[in-house]
Each structure stands twice: as structure tokens, then as C-alpha cells.
Design a protein around this ligand. Sequence first.
Ligand SMILES: Nc1nc2c(ncn2[C@@H]2O[C@H](COP(=O)(O)OP(=O)(O)OP(=O)(O)O)[C@@H](O)[C@H]2O)c(=O)[nH]1
Ligand SMILES: [Mg+2]
Length: 260
Amino acid sequence: MSTMAAGLVLIPTYNERENVELILRAVLALPKDFHVLVIDDGSPDGTGAVVRGLMPEFADRLFLEERTGKQGLGTAYIFGFRWALARGYEYVFEMDADFSHNPQDLLRLREACAVQGYDLAIGSRYSDGVNVVNWPMNRVLMSYFASKYVRFVTGMPIHDATAGFKCYSARVLRAIDLSKIHFVGYAFQIEMKWLAYCLGFRIKEVPIIFTDRTRGQSKMSKGIFKEALFGVVQMKLSSWIHPPRRTNEAPQGQPSVSVG
Ligand SMILES: Nc1nc2c(ncn2[C@@H]2O[C@H](COP(=O)(O)OP(=O)(O)OP(=O)(O)O)[C@@H](O)[C@H]2O)c(=O)[nH]1
Ligand SMILES: [Mg+2]
């Protein structure tokens, strides 16, 4: 099965009532035919109902999957990847609901894959200085040094290791064994990049400006941070013992990371 859509944008939500309608309208108004799947974890604030209310207006472009209870960002995305692959989307995007990611940048991420031929495009805050607006300084420093730390531990030359604004060519998602993803929080973002890198895909960091949310509440927690801190070392060690398995979807050459 294949589709002519420009791609499927996965938007996981948990209590994003103030943002969800605005973000969906912004994505669905872009000059390309993006489809959107919202993966809502039973938000108590009624985010799911807002999405359902919009579906008639965007028939066959806006989809909703509702899960019971907050199950973590990583599992929401894995659910979305499977959903996208089953329906033949060629480009699959990850994006937050809170306007930290500018919907216009979806076009640039897509271009990196669809026109320039990269396998994975990452909206990067740190490939060209530090492009974060309105985050408290301690949050910026933590995020920036987390990326340095990941780079040091893994040797993977990506400037923004925890970035969650991405475009995957479907072949990357088909090549990764999604049933073997360990992490559920921010570390999930690191793990996906690591697996794509280990499998030899061509990665592009596209500079973006990241803006802190102005509506709704942050879901960042200490647990998410800890998972990443120790998990990255574990991830590196286990890749020596069990190198990520190459499927026939994986390229034969060496991985590469470009910036621009
Ligand atoms: N389905 C689902 N979505 C989630 C979950 N946790 C966070 N999200 C959504 O994932 C996106 C990114 O969330 P985070 O960046 O982790 O949290 P945040 O509250 O945006 O944190 P800030 O960086 O402070 O803005 C947002 O759209 C959230 O609503 C979850 O457990 N399940
Ligand atoms: Mg956010």
C-alpha cells in the first residue's frame, strides 16, 4: 500500500487542550498534503475530544488514536511508526504539540529527505550555535550538555542528540527492530538516532529555532532525565555485545551526519 500524501506527522499528546487545535490547523494549512496522527494517552483535560471534533473538517487527513493512560512518549511514537508503515507513508515526522517546533520547519525536514535524499532529518537546536528561545538558562544548559555527553559516550557526531523534531524516510523505520527499543522518555530520541546511525543511514541536521511552550504544562520529569543519563552508557555497551541487526533495508555503506 502506498499513499500520495507528503507524509504523516505524528503528534503525541498528553493534556494539550490549549495547543492541539492550533497546532493541527497550522500543520494542515501547510502548502503540502501532510496527514496527521494524534496519539493521545487518555488526556484528562479532553485533548482527544478536541481532536475528534476537528476530524470531519479534515477527513482522510487527520487521525486519532487514543490509548488508556500516560504510557510515555517513546511508546506513543512506536505505536505511530507502526501505524504509518502499515499505511504506506513514505515520510514520517515526529513533532511536539506545544509549538516548541515550528510547523513551517516540517517543509525543510521533508526536503532534506525527499529532495536531498537523506534517510533521517533532525531539526537541530545546536548544529549552529544554541537556538533555544525562552527556556530558563538551567534547562538550556542541561539540554546542551546532555547532547555533548551523548556525543562523548557514543561517539555519534550529532549535535542535538535529544531532538524530537524529525523526518524519517520509511526505510529507516522498516530497518529498525521497533520491538527492541528500550527507552520511553527523552532517551528514546537518543536511541532512535543511535540505531539509525549504527545501521549506516545518512543523517542530516537541519538547524531550527526551538521555542519554549507558552500554553499548557511541561511533562519533563527527573525520571526521564535519569533514564537518559545511565541509559546512554548501557546503550553503548550493549551495542558492542549485540550490534544492532542489519536488515536488508539497511544501506551497505558507512553512516554519515551532515549539517546545513
Ligand atoms: N501520548 C503521549 N504524549 C506525551 C507523553 N508525554 C509527553 N507527551 C507529549 O509529547 C510532546 C513533548 O512533550 P515533552 O517535550 O516531553 O514535554 P513538554 O511538556 O513539552 O516539556 P517542555 O520541553 O518543557 O515543553 C508533547 O506534545 C506532549 O504532550 C505521553 O506519555 N504520552
Ligand atoms: Mg515541549
